[in-house]
Unconditional design. Structure first.
Lengths: 500, 77
């Protein structure tokens, strides 16, 4: 063997960027999973060489896609993340922004990048994310067995285009480099191929440029590599190489579509992510967070061990339905309970239906969904009619009106009418009607201590004006219930003109 | 051609090789071929004819396997 000759030295050999053994099943740990003649093997090798040449192994993070190249993490000894189909550029964005010194490479095939991940690649490129994307285009879905991809050539037969791709039915091949070249932000866009020795060497240079740009902080780089898939194309490796060179390049012309490496200004993200240790303070959860923090250090009031409040708050958007639920959950948490808050609302911001499920429990909560409430706060009549049938018998219903509709009054649940919107309006703003209801609920059930409510208000209401108004609304709600229990004569008259 | 005066040589890992033949096609001095024997995976691995290598490295780059091919170059004394 030549290696026995002492005067010989290795000039091209296994890159140290590859793991020594691949963490694969059985005895194949010395070779890749790729088919004979697969372009992925070559691209991976060229990528390894570029990483080695630039000396960036320790800070490179490879984002592996879904597709044949999903196992990138088994081969390259760099940081690795494997992502959902097509989402490589989105995850690469997150990785780069949270670790600005890393060199992030999103490695994707055409099924991944040009089909399901089209939105991700377009927007990452348009934002000019400082990442390097390697787009391996073999014009077909390889791993899944040869279905048409957006990049499939016209006339090309696949399992889903058995008569050949017809533009009238299947559209035209998607040209990613040309598409991205219409955007302002990309710094480097180049299409290369694996169709000949010369093309393979050019691919190596383009990959190195894409990484180099990132090392210099220059912005978005993408290299599209026209790559053979001998197995699915039904060609032998040499024929497949010829197909790349002579046929694919007619649809996908090689060349540079953007090169602003010389003029681009290095980008440095102004804001980086905080240390993990700082998060509690930023979120207002730490001991250094002022009033809230101080109250958090006080042992919570002893919760009632049997408590199991299953609350539905419902109304229309704009009534503070969700916020009322948040008040309850927050106060429940302060009082030492397990809580959940599950909002549900229509696509409209205002006047659409809106409701939320709140659970306040002495024991851990199995599901945040309240299918059988024991408390219903209905802020309008449709909400009352919708949720009343699901009420547990004997449950409490607070209804935002002067009186209860006659046909609802006979239901098992006791309905208490509290004209919360009207009461709030007289206080100065109809918007605090939700807090009037909160006061009424606490007065009627005593389910949470005042101190817990106080802390919840502190946390959720940041403006002084609203804080004062909310406190007044709480008291007004309590007063409304007290008057009713003191003189339960005619619920329909439960309204106090003196509140105005 | 005398092996002792060649500029280079090629070493092939016959068990890593999948017999795709790209190196055979690519080799400028045409000094590679597929072996008549099978390796443990059932492929005919590439093999070096034993002389004539110029150490250009083309075969290394066209080979899809990370360590299938190693190219050596004679050191200048």
């Amino acid at each position: 063997m030549a290696s026995d000759t002492p005067a010989m030295a290795v000039v091209h050999g296994r890159s140290p960027i590859f793991y020594r053994r691949f963490d694969r099943k059985d005895d194949d740990q010395h070779q890749t999973h790729y088919c004979p003649g697969c372009g992925h093997g070559i691209v991976t090798k060229l990528l390894a060489e570029a990483i080695d040449t630039l000396g960036i192994q320790d800070r490179t993070i490879l984002v592996s896609p879904v597709g044949c190249s999903v196992f990138g993490y088994e081969y390259l000894d760099v940081g690795n993340i494997q992502v959902a189909h097509g989402r490589g550029p989105a995850v690469a964005t997150a990785v780069k922004r949270s670790r600005p010194d890393s060199i992030v490479v999103s490695y994707q095939g055409d099924g991944d990048l040009a089909a399901i991940g089209t939105a991700e690649i377009v927007h990452a490129a348009n934002r000019g994310e400082t990442v390097s994307v390697i787009f391996v285009n073999n014009a077909i879905y390889g791993m899944t067995g040869g279905q048409m991809a957006p990049t499939t050539l016209l006339g090309e037969k696949t399992t889903t285009t058995p008569r050949g791709r017809d533009p009238a039915v299947h559209g035209y091949p998607l040209k990613v480099c040309e598409l991205l070249a219409t955007l302002e932000a990309p710094v480097f866009l180049e299409r290369v191929a694996l169709g000949s020795n010369k093309q393979i060497m050019a691919t190596g240079r383009a990959l190195r440029r894409a990484l180099e740009n990132q090392v210099h902080g220059l912005g978005f780089s993408l290299v599209e590599v026209l790559s053979p898939c001998p197995t699915i194309w039904g060609l032998d490796p040499a024929e497949a190489q010829t197909f790349v060179r002579e046929t694919m390049t007619r649809t996908f012309p090689l060349g540079n579509f953007r090169d602003r490496s010389a003029s681009a200004v290095p980008q440095r993200l102004a804001v980086t992510v905080p240390d993990l240790g700082e998060l509690p303070r930023i979120l207002g959860l730490g001991p250094a967070s002022g009033v809230d923090g101080a109250s958090d250090t006080v042992a919570p009031a002893s919760p009632v061990p049997t408590a199991d409040h299953r609350i539905v708050v419902a109304g229309f958007g704009g009534q503070g339905v969700l916020l009322l639920g948040e008040f309850l959950a927050e106060a429940g948490l302060s009082a030492g309970y397990h809580v959940s808050w599950l909002p549900s609302y229509g696509p409209q911001m205002r006047s659409g239906t809106s409701n939320c499920h709140v659970r306040i429990s002495a024991v851990p909560i199995d599901s945040p969904v309240v299918s059988r409430p024991n408390v219903l706060i209905a802020l309008n009549e449709p909400a009352l009619r919708k949720f009343l049938p699901s009420m547990e018998p004997g449950g409490l219903v607070l209804y935002n009106a002067d009186s209860v509709p006659v046909d609802c009054a006979g239901s098992g649940a006791g309905i208490t009418p509290i004209a919360s919107t009207a009461i709030a309006d007289r206080l100065g703003s109809a918007k605090v009607g939700n807090v009037v209801m909160l006061g009424a609920l606490l007065e009627a059930t005593g389910m949470l201590p005042d101190s817990a409510l106080e802390r919840a208000l502190h946390r959720l209401v940041t403006r002084e004006r609203w804080y004062e108004l909310d406190r007044a609304a709480l008291q007004a709600g309590r007063a409304a219930v007290r008057r009713m229990t003191a003189a339960p004569a005619e619920p329909s008259l439960a309204q106090d003109p003196a509140m105005g | 051609m005398d092996e002792a005066r060649d500029r280079g040589a090629v070493a092939i890992d016959r068990d890593e090789c999948k017999g795709c033949g790209l190196c055979v096609e690519a080799c400028p001095p045409r000094v590679l071929r597929l072996s008549g024997e099978l390796n443990h995976c059932g492929y005919h691995p590439a093999e070096y004819l034993g002389a004539g290598c110029t150490a250009c490295g083309i075969c290394y780059y066209v080979c899809p396997e990370p360590g299938g091919i190693t190219v050596l170059r004679r050191q200048v004394a």
